[in-house]
Design a binder for this molecule. Structure first.
Ligand SMILES: [Zn+2]
Length: 65
């Protein structure tokens, strides 16, 4: 299996406050999450891990440091 090269080896990671588009539940996520993260309220997927990159599927309210 071939691995894609990662252009930014040390991407700065942050915590994000996101809001679930379905139920409005807010939670804090790690922007570089390596695995899927679901909403604690309704179970909707808020972060999807694609090839080592986290894709945020929820509304980002703000970045925390
Ligand atoms: Zn939810």
């Amino acid at each position: 299996m071939r691995r894609e090269r990662e252009p930014i080896p040390h991407m700065k990671s942050t915590f994000l406050l996101v809001k679930c588009p379905d139920c409005g539940e807010e939670r804090i996520l790690f922007s570089n999450s390596a695995k899927d993260v679901g909403c604690q309220g309704c179970g909707k997927k808020l972060v999807e891990s694609r090839g080592g990159k986290a894709v945020i599927l929820a509304e980002i309210k703000k970045k925390l440091g």
